[in-house]
Ligand binder design. Structure first.
Ligand code: G1P
Length: 295
């Protein structure tokens, strides 16, 4: 089985849900505690063995490029002051020269179009796609779990989670076949179905391991839900060729594309940290107590 070496990060979205914060700042640079969302996704990819990273960007996203570049002046200043932990916090993100590439999507035509825009970088090998909005906690990372399944079954692998049946219209949804509780055979995929038409309540989380043939279908440029070129529709056309598996991820997924999910992630990740000082749990309890609606 060929190991997965390349990952695509679609980061072209406008982030309108987070205005005014995202007027001049890419939404992927919003911090969860003190690290930008996109860095969590890059770390998860690195932990799964990814060596080459391509970002599908748009106008106004240069802060992402700067974040993964070296910053010699800042590094020098931190080194001079002996601020070792801050120094490693900024150098950890930086890749080797040539490891990070950026392509412009040019037109906001959908997730499928964003992935297709990266085709020359992907070439003819299986690749991963990570949506930074879906922040996933837990060890091992979701992409590592999927990589294990890919090693075993080959083909295409997507991350899954169960959602409330009423919420299917927000996700790509799977028609499941055999299911061992962890790995689910994928018989069909539908993007954003109404609850009445959804084949299950197993939804796609923004992590994918895909065979390069998906690019041939994406190249057709056919539009689907919301008038966009959907990745899900081209993935559905792969079913029946190579194996197609879903993996129920063991970590918790936070929908950082919404304000409430982003807030939840900040609280959860802060509670996991032991370097924030003070009793953060008690402080958050105080905040909740003083804001109780019936107080
Ligand atoms: C995208 C995918 C969808 C998937 C979701 C996960 O939708 O199209 O299949 O379930 O990400 O977050 P979006 O959230 O971009 O509308």
């Amino acid at each position: 089985m060929k190991p997965i070496r390349k990952a695509v990060f679609p980061v072209g979205g406008l982030g309108t849900r987070f205005l005014p914060a995202t007027k001049a700042l890419p939404k992927e640079m919003l911090p969860v505690v003190d690290k930008p969302l996109i860095e969590y996704a890059v770390e998860e990819a690195r932990a799964a063995g990814i060596e080459e990273f391509v970002f599908v960007t748009s106008r106004g996203k240069t802060a992402i490029q700067n974040h993964f570049d070296s910053h010699l002046e800042l590094e020098y200043a931190l080194r001079e002051k002996g601020r070792d932990s801050e120094l490693s916090a900024i150098t950890n993100a930086v890749g080797a020269p040539g490891q990070f590439a950026y392509v412009r999507q040019m037109e906001p035509l959908g997730l499928g179009h964003a992935v297709w825009t990266a085709r020359n970088f992907i070439g003819n090998e299986p690749f991963a796609v990570l949506l930074a909005d879906d922040l996933i906690s837990g060890e091992p990372g979701a992409l590592s779990e999927m990589s294990e399944v890919h090693n075993e079954y080959g083909g295409n692998v997507i991350a899954l989670m169960e959602v409330a049946p009423a919420e299917t219209a927000r996700y790509g949804v799977v028609a499941p076949g055999t299911d061992d509780g962890r790995v689910v055979e994928v018989l069909d995929l539908v993007e954003k179905p109404d609850p009445a038409e959804a084949p299950s309540n197993l939804a796609i989380v923004g992590r994918y391991i895909l065979q390069p043939e998906v690019l041939d279908f994406l190249a057709l440029g056919e539009t689907g839900a919301g008038g966009e070129i959907q990745l899900t529709d081209s993935m559905a056309r792969l079913i029946g060729g190579a194996p197609f598996s879903g993996v129920r991820i063991s970590g918790t997924r936070y929908d950082c594309g919404t304000k409430i999910g982003f807030l939840e992630a900040n609280v959860a990740f802060a509670l996991e940290r032991d370097d924030l000082g003070g009793d953060i749990f008690a402080r958050l309890e105080q905040v909740l107590e003083s804001h109780r609606p019936d107080a």
